[in-house]
Design a protein around this ligand. Structure first.
Ligand code: ADP
Ligand code: PAZ
Length: 311
């Protein structure tokens, strides 16, 4: 039990210290100014967190990537002939405001610095939200982020096409500023070594007889924290956004820049309670057990323990 490795459960539980030891000799390839670029709004992540948490994680993913490549080479040998190796797909799940996008952007940068997988792409599932016009027509604007607010069929098709090695696969683009899909804008994924898919619902199981995006995942990470901490982070970030993004004339929330401090807190707590917390409890948290790795954050946003699934 002492090293978390000899329990009978499918999970290995590791303290922060045990996990950070698993960095071994993985070098730090990120500078303070690069980290500044990758950090999310109001995310206090520093280079110690990168060294202690993200370097062991990239070491694990690099080893796992190599294992998956070897497995697919074995299949190719069996089947004969030349076959293109499929991109390795990594899913990142968790609540609104838990810091998934910082995790995803950091892994995007760090993983691309390994010689075995220099081409890493990142997609966030908000690209597959229905446009506000459709959400309004379906009377589900207040359900943005819930499973039914996504074009799930298009999302599954997208991940399946990337995994199948299609030379170019396109996706729409969502703007947090405009709070909507950007009409006509697309992003193109061109056969990366690794595709990171980040979003609230990436671990949702498929409906009967269909496939889900996680059927195409090689590895998945759930970013976890106590609900009351995530709520505080959401409200704090809302205040930060009021002084930054919401001041932009293009911001969907520009009218909120005018609210008093108390009104803004009340507004943010309302959205948290009615939309994001509900979605977390009903749809997102129940998928945590499906993740290969859970990063558990404490009140100060730092990762305090890690759970790795070994079978
Ligand atoms: N209203 C907004 N305006 C601008 N940026 C936003 C807004 N809401 C969220 N963001 C940014 O969008 C990204 C995704 O946020 P979110 O879905 O809450 O996930 P997470 O906090 O887990 O990364 C974050 O980088 C966040 O800072
Ligand atoms: C855009 C989101 C649904 C997240 O999308 P994801 O990329 O995780 O699929 C979320 O950040 C959001 O805007 N939720 C709606 C409620 C709110 O404004 O907080």
């Amino acid at each position: 039990m002492a090293n978390g490795l000899d329990t009978a459960t499918p999970y290995v539980q590791l303290s922060r210290a045990q996990w950070s030891d698993l960095r071994k000799n993985t070098p730090l390839t990120l500078t303070e100014s690069e980290l500044e670029e990758l950090r999310g709004v109001d995310d206090p992540i520093d280079l110690t967190e990168v060294t202690d948490i993200y370097l062991p994680l990239t070491r694990l993913l690099n080893l796992h990537f190599t294992g998956v490549r070897q497995r697919s080479a074995a299949l190719n040998t069996f089947l004969g002939g030349e076959r293109r190796t499929a991109p390795y797909v990594l899913g990142i799940a968790g609540s609104v405001a838990v810091g998934k996008s910082t995790t995803a952007r950091l892994l995007h940068t760090l993983l691309a610095r390994w010689p075995e997988h220099p081409r890493v792409d990142l997609i966030t599932t908000d690209s597959f939200l229905f446009p506000n016009e459709v959400l309004t027509a379906r009377n589900i604007m207040h359900r943005k982020g819930f499973p039914e607010s996504y074009d799930r069929r298009a999302l599954v098709r997208f991940v399946a096409d990337v995994k199948a090695g299609l030379p170019e696969v396109t996706a729409p683009i969502y703007s947090h500023l405009e709070y909507d899909i950007v009409p006509g804008a697309t992003q193109t994924i061109r056969r990366p070594d690794i595709l990171i898919v980040e979003g609230l619902n990436v671990l949702q199981p498929a409906p009967p007889t269909a496939l889900a995006i996680n059927d195409y995942f090689d590895f998945s990470i759930y970013v976890d924290a106590k609900v009351e901490h995530i709520r505080d982070w959401y409200v704090d970030r809302f205040h930060k956004l009021r002084q930054t993004a919401f001041e932009d004339p293009k911001s969907y929330f520009r009218h909120l820049a005018e609210l008093s401090e108390e009104q803004a807190t009340e507004f943010a707590e309302g959205i948290w309670r009615d939309i994001n917390e509900r979605n977390l409890l009903e749809n997102i948290a129940p998928t945590r057990g499906r993740a290969d790795l859970v990063l558990h954050k404490s009140a100060d946003h730092s990762v305090s323990r890690v759970r790795l699934r070994r079978i």
